[in-house]
Design a binder for this molecule. Structure first.
Ligand SMILES: [Zn+2]
Length: 479
């Protein structure tokens, strides 16, 4: 055997082994997917989903205990030991782990069990009845976030049942308190029990498959979220009798300050996520809209696009900047008294790289009145780590999954609101927000997250479960 020949043989042999390995992993996974009877899975999904919707976990006051107990029972019964973590006894979070071989770092899949409040009078079907009607399931939490709870639960059950070989541990977290009491939920987990949920990647709520006219258009994958701050404006002036108007009335000073801030256009700028978002959105939009989304990417034309957004697409305008919305005004207490102090609270949603002291200085300049103090207010403000990558293994797996199951592109997106993922990103875990298909028309009709009513298409829930399971196998399964 010549040296060259030997080398060639070695190349052939190693290529053959690599090929064999690739095939065997794929075949194993394929067989597993083939072994799944999806109609049985759908019945099981619906059973768990409806059971979860029927627990009234409205927050406040927040009583996630029954939902947490249910999840623990189901997981324990399946042979996946689940552990409870509770800062307050009636508000536990549940964690369960499927062990991988440790060759890659864990994957965390999480969803929250609490829901926002309801006004039962506004519901056609009772809000905790999980009524099925016309292809939908109705109930508070149907799209925020018991859909993700059910999908994560089903993924765990299927991975265990099929004994899928894993490189990564897959960690399930159903946390309490996302809707305004993160202290008992994600903060407690991150600050006291990080070792139980530490992972390389995390999948959670915050994205969706956007459907228009009944067809999936794109997947919104949340990679980034703005950081909420409270900023207070406090105007001071002399008190006096209402019958004798004063030019330096604190209410008047405050009104002028609020108006000045509201009129101020904070600078528009892009980051990696928003650049990719507008570029990809342009690719799937009709010509006039596409033109506008492309203009965002051109420094010479961003202002003109921004002006349009401010009037017609305010969410897009907010994605371009640190936004300021004056939402609380607290001034005066009786008709005949000029109050000596008036206060406004601004809801500031900062881009992740915002310099807050510098922003406060700019606000002072804009107001231009030394009698108005500008200061930070109290708010549960999220820490920030680093922006997640949009070319990570997790993002690419999601992208491939959305292509395969829905035939749509994935748009990385920056939430203007805040989610529990911020706390994990603060610890260096790369998190991506996803969700099932939702008709864009459904929100304005009053059936969206936090709306008067809430519902999900059964078919989209099932499609999402299948997508979710296969993405997890792809991402955590043995290569
Ligand atoms: Zn939510």
């Amino acid at each position: 055997m010549t040296h060259i020949f030997r080398r060639q043989r070695r190349v052939f042999a190693s290529a053959g082994v690599a090929c064999l390995l690739a095939i065997s992993a794929a075949v194993v996974q394929g067989r597993q997917a083939g072994r799944i009877d999806w109609s049985t899975v759908e019945a099981e999904t619906l059973e768990h989903f409806q059971a979860l919707l029927r627990f009234d976990t409205a927050d406040p006051p927040g009583n996630e205990r029954p939902a947490a107990d249910y999840l623990k029972r189901v997981l324990d019964r399946a042979g996946i030991p689940a552990q409870e973590y509770a800062l307050e006894a009636h508000r536990p979070s549940i964690v369960a782990r499927l062990k991988g071989n440790g060759s890659r770092r864990p994957l965390l899949i999480m969803a929250h069990t609490d829901v926002v409040n309801v006004d039962p009078a506004k519901w056609t079907f009772p809000p905790f009845s999980a009524t099925r009607d016309g292809g939908y399931v109705y109930g508070r939490g149907a799209v925020d976030d018991k859909d993700n709870v059910a999908a994560s639960l089903m993924a765990m059950l299927l991975l265990k049942r099929l004994n899928v070989p894993l490189d990564r541990d897959v960690i399930f977290l159903a946390e309490s308190g996302e809707e305004g009491s993160t202290r008992v939920g994600i903060q407690y987990m991150v600050n006291q029990h990080l070792d139980a949920i530490e992972a390389e990647f995390c999948l959670a709520e915050g994205g969706s498959v956007v459907r228009e006219n009944g067809a999936p258009k794109f997947a919104s994958v949340q990679t980034l979220e703005k950081i909420p701050y409270a900023v207070e404006l406090v105007a001071r002036g002399p008190a006096g009798h209402g019958s004798v108007p004063l030019l330096d009335n604190s209410v008047v000073r405050l009104s002028k300050a609020v108006a000045a801030v509201a009129d101020w256009k904070t600078p528009a700028r892009l980051n990696e996520t928003t650049s990719a978002y507008f570029r990809r959105l342009a690719e799937i939009s009709p010509p006039d809209q596409a033109e506008r989304y492309r203009a965002v990417l051109d420094p010479a034309r961003i202002d003109e696009a921004d002006e349009y957004f401010r009037r017609h697409e305010p969410r897009h305008a907010s994605m371009l900047r640190t936004s300021i919305s004056p939402n609380i005004v607290d001034a005066g207490y009786r008709i005949n008294v000029i109050p000596s102090e008036s206060k406004a609270t601004l809801d500031v949603r900062a881009l992740t790289d915002e310099d807050m002291p510098a922003l406060l200085d700019q606000i002072r300049k804009v107001i231009d009145d030394p009698a108005v103090e500008v200061r930070m207010g109290q708010r549960d403000t999220r820490p920030w780590g680093r922006d997640p990558r949009i070319d990570s293994e997790a993002f690419l797996a999601l992208e491939a999954g959305f292509r395969r199951h829905y035939d749509i592109p994935s748009l990385p997106s920056m939430s203007t609101g805040a989610t529990d993922m911020a706390y994990l990103r603060g610890k260096g875990i790369e998190c991506y927000g996803i969700g099932p298909g939702i008709d864009t028309e459904d929100g304005p009709k009053g059936f969206g997250a936090h709306s008067d009513q809430e519902r999900i298409l059964e078919s989209e829930l099932h499609r999402f479960v299948r997508f979710y399971y296969e993405v997890i196998v792809e991402l955590a399964g043995t290569k």
